[in-house]
Design a protein around this ligand. Structure first.
Ligand code: ANZ
Ligand code: ZN
Length: 874
């Protein structure tokens, strides 16, 4: 009998309704079973789910369903990262209120997410723009402020002089305001910062404990924190040349061993000494203004040409009072790093070398590579930053770099000028404190009040939340909170006088730095967390998201965890025990002769003798097939999840997402392969229906013994069960799918034999079909529920326990054979089960024990008794 085709459109909504009605994915905080917390990075409510979301949430869902079937109290929540600029842009462009726009988008995207069949606990849902969420964030801010973990600091911001507004970095395009086109200025303003640098060393050290994080993410964090061991050295300034009587120039260096190779000093354009010198030198002032116009951010500095301006100031070498070094203002020295000043050693630093070659300052090598003659060692265009011995360095000559560093450090630490040591050892971090002030409306208000008498006064905890006003207008550029007629005018909580609210809101990275902790008890109205609950449900056991968040989001979350611990909100140290970065969904691009892009839906792919060609369906025009790229609207190479689900069903989309590549690699979207996934769904459906017919006549009780056919099938079933189970635990989903396909073939082969199976085989077919359906249930849960019914199983498969593996059915991949020489046991050898005699013989003859026993005699014969013994006759 042939079953009807599986109809996803009918089946999927039906099961989704049942799951929701029975609340089976709701996690109870008092559930006594071991907890397992799976979390995918929550989405920004842009309006529509894209295919990358489908991949992200499917990966997490497979794990969540698997852990649930394995007896865990699984928490798999979902929420919305809902503050941010796009809502304000929509307000400006389309005149819709940011709040309405955001919540409408959330409603639309929630429907879409539900159509994917994810096992989410929606009872914990919140959006970061809910006052009931950001109220607690404001409380955390207050706590951090009291604990010295939040501070006010003068910071540079991007100022648009035409729109008279502060711009986010993303709003500065090629140095100009995105809307006005005006050249953006850097201004100093008071900003709130979180003191993440207090934890620099700890954030670095703890990376070593995160053994379930990808190495590349840990490396990226390590580099971002950027620990350097070096020295601060005070160079004396030649009094005859120093402006304003400055006597010292302090530099940070990691290469104090190279001091005798110094050729110049360089300071940042905004270094105080540069400012002082510029006051007397208009040309220098102009140079500095120009450098600042280009920006002083690291990325800009790395790409622009190195330029300097000789200030005329001279610095004196710490080991030789007669040695004077020119002080330049240079566009490659950052004010924000170290001391904003360096000594340049061109022979051993490429940047310094480029600089001296441009200004004719020459170089002296002071480290000679091993096996190179110091007399002939010269540097021209390529600096040498490798290992070697010191040369041209007076008392350091002959030392290793490390010895020279140590010697210099000891000397400079003990040498005193003006009551202070000339040098001190210093550990420097690249990590900066986290500036969180944003001059924007759609964000969490920073809960402080500025009073002319009392200065900064936190809003009392009892008065939280400070709620965003909804009656705002966006007709003027800048921060709508600032323009609001009444919102910012308040009385000071301390003195009762007239005061003003802070109108800055928090960086949206703050919202996402602790939401995962809030999911543990989003119902707590009085505190951000409930200690007894959060400390039990956290950390997140498996966090999954895009690699674009490998640095900032994950680092901020790790900082927040420490700050929340310090202020008594939690007890654990790290938020994410396991972390996984998934690859992107990519697709071919298609271009017309005129260069315009066309969507995959408009293109027909033809495969023929000379490869693949693409034609535009409407006109038959030949289209060129471009490179495979990340899906993007501009390249029109996107596929809409709604279309895919409507055409094939969510299970097919899920199966495809898991099948082709390991989850951390990019997956190439291909219609042909999606159709392949769809065919597999129908095949599985047919096989399960056929198996169900046999299952009906199978004995209920387990047979006492199994014949060869039945045993073969059982081995295939339990082998697949074993491999898929461990594969899911390691997130090797593509490998799991390959094993499932292989097992499906084994079952199909048995069914294909036809005839009436013996009772033991019939029993084994039923067992195999049940296992097969359970194996696919984390990946294709709707199809699995439908099959579960066909097989006459009770309840929902989403609530069923994972099948028990019968270990004695697991076929060993290798066998161990006894090795004899002339009939006497000399050892044993382990070979692949499938190994043929020549391979076994070679392995045996390579054994030391065999060589010794043969004592140089030639081998006459090797006898292999399959699976048991190898006898070497010599
Ligand atoms: C002399 C020297 C000689 C250096 C040499 C390097 C090689 P990391 O490892 O990243 O900490 N430096 C210090 N402050 C700087 C600033 N504000 N802007 C630009 N460069 C700065 O790098 C430390 C090195 O970067 C320091 O060591 C300094 O140059 C430079 F053969 O001092 B070095
Ligand atoms: Zn006051």
């Amino acid at each position: 009998m042939t079953a009807e085709r599986y109809n996803a459109r009918d089946s999927e909504p039906r099961w989704q309704r049942q799951w929701a009605e029975k609340s089976i994915f709701v996690c109870k905080n008092d559930d006594p079973r071991p907890k397992y917390y799976v979390l995918e990075m929550f989405p920004y409510p842009s309006g529509r789910i894209h295919i990358g979301h489908v991949r992200n949430y499917t990966l997490g869902d497979v794990l969540a369903r698997y852990m649930r079937a394995n007896g865990h109290n699984v928490m798999h929540p979902m929420g919305w990262d809902a503050f941010g600029l796009p809502a304000e842009n929509a307000a400006i462009e389309r005149k819709v209120a940011p709040k309405a726009w955001t919540y409408d988008n959330i409603a639309a995207m929630k429907k879409q997410l539900q159509s994917i069949g994810l096992s989410l606990d929606w009872s914990r849902e919140f959006a970061t723009c809910d006052p009931s969420y950001y109220k607690h964030q404001q409380k955390l801010f207050n706590d951090f402020l009291r604990a010295g973990l939040a501070e006010r600091e003068k910071r540079k911001i991007n100022w648009d002089p035409v729109d008279m507004t502060v711009l986010a970095n993303e709003q500065v395009i090629d140095g100009r305001g995105w809307r006005s086109g005006a050249v953006v200025e850097q201004r100093e303003m008071n900003q709130w910062v979180f003191k993440i640098t207090k934890y620099s060393q700890e954030l670095l050290d703890a990376l070593d404990t995160l053994d379930r994080w990808p190495d590349r993410v840990r490396v990226m964090q390590r580099n971002w924190i950027g620990r350097s061991e070096g020295m601060l050295i005070r160079f004396a300034l030649d009094p005859a040349t120093a402006p304003n009587g400055d006597s010292d120039l302090k530099v940070f260096t990691t290469r104090h061993d190279t001091l005798f190779g110094a050729k110049f000093m360089a300071i940042a354009p905004d270094h105080p000494l540069a400012q002082a010198a510029a006051a007397k030198n208009p040309k220098l002032a102009e140079f500095i203004a120009e450098a600042k116009r280009h920006g002083t951010a690291q990325e800009i500095i790395d790409t622009q040409e190195k330029q300097g301006f000789d200030t005329g100031i001279k610095a004196i070498h710490p080991f030789d009072p007669s040695w004077k070094l020119p002080v330049y203002v240079a566009n490659f020295v950052l004010m924000e790093y170290g001391t904003g000043a360096i000594f340049g050693c061109p022979a051993h630093d490429q940047r310094d070398l480029d600089f001296v070659n441009k200004y004719g300052l020459g170089n002296t090598p002071v480290v000679c590579p091993p096996d190179v003659d110091p007399k002939t060692f010269v540097i021209t265009d390529t600096a040498y930053d490798g290992d070697g011995r010191m040369i041209n360095s007076r008392f350091l000559d002959g030392m290793t770099i490390e010895q020279a560093k140590e010697d210099v450090a000891k000397r400079l630490e003990t040498e005193v000028r003006g009551n202070l040591p000339v040098g001190e050892r210093k550990v420097n971090f690249r990590l900066r404190d986290w500036g969180v002030s944003r001059q924007r409306y759609w964000g969490c208000p920073i809960p402080v009040i500025h009073c002319p008498k009392c200065d900064v006064v936190p809003v009392p905890d009892a008065d939280l939340p400070v709620v965003l006003p909804e009656d705002v207008t966006f007709d003027k550029p800048g921060n709508a909170l600032d323009h609001h007629p009444t919102w910012k005018h308040v009385t000071c909580p301390k003195c009762g006088g007239k005061a003003q609210r802070e109108t800055d809101t928090m960086d949206t990275f703050v919202d996402s730095a602790w939401y995962f902790a809030r999911f543990t008890d989003p119902w707590n109205e009085t505190a951000p967390t409930t200690r007894a609950i959060v400390d039990r449900l956290m950390p997140v056991d498996q966090y999954i998201g895009g690699v674009e968040h490998a640095i900032l989001h994950l680092l901020y979350a790790r900082f927040f965890t420490r700050a929340m611990k310090a202020t008594g909100h939690i007890a654990y140290d790290e938020p994410f025990a396991g972390q996984y970065t998934q690859g992107m969904v990519v697709h071919e691009t298609y271009q017309k002769a005129d260069g315009g892009y066309v969507t995959p839906a408009e293109v027909k792919i033809e495969t023929g003798g000379n490869g693949r060609r693409a034609v535009l369906m409407e006109t038959g025009e030949e289209i060129s097939i471009g490179p495979i790229e990340k899906m993007s609207k501009s390249k029109k190479n996107t596929v809409d999840p709604d279309d895919i689900i409507a055409t094939y069903g969510a299970d097919v989309a899920r199966w495809f997402m898991l099948s082709d590549s390991p989850p951390d690699r990019d997956v190439i979207w291909s219609d042909e392969r999606v159709q392949g996934a769809s065919r597999f769904v129908q095949r599985l459906w047919r096989l399960v229906n056929e198996s169900a017919e046999i299952a009906k006549v199978a004995p209920a009780a387990r047979p006492a013994s199994f014949g060869a056919d039945a045993l073969g099938l059982r081995k295939a079933a339990h082998g697949a069960l074993d491999k898929v189970s461990s594969g899911i635990e390691r997130l090797h989903f593509n490998v799991c799918l390959a094993h499932i396909r292989e097992f499906t073939n084994a079952l199909a082969e048995v069914l294909g034999r036809g005839g009436k199976p013996a009772p033991d085989l019939a029993w084994s077919v039923r067992e195999a079909a049940i296992i097969l359906v359970q194996l696919v249930s984390p990946m294709m849960p709707h199809l699995a529920e439908e099959c579960w019914q066909v097989l006459g199983q009770s309840g929902l498969i989403s609530e069923a326990n994972w099948p028990q593996i019968e270990r004695d059915l697991l076929v060993e991949d290798t066998v161990t054979l006894v090795v004899q020489v002339n009939g006497k046991k000399r050892g044993d050898v382990t070979v692949p089960r499938v190994a043929q005699n020549p391979e076994i013989e070679a392995a045996v003859l390579a054994l030391d024990a065999v060589k010794v026993a043969l004592g140089g005699k030639a081998v006459r014969k090797v006898i292999v008794v399959p699976m048991r013994i190898v006898n070497v006759v010599g």
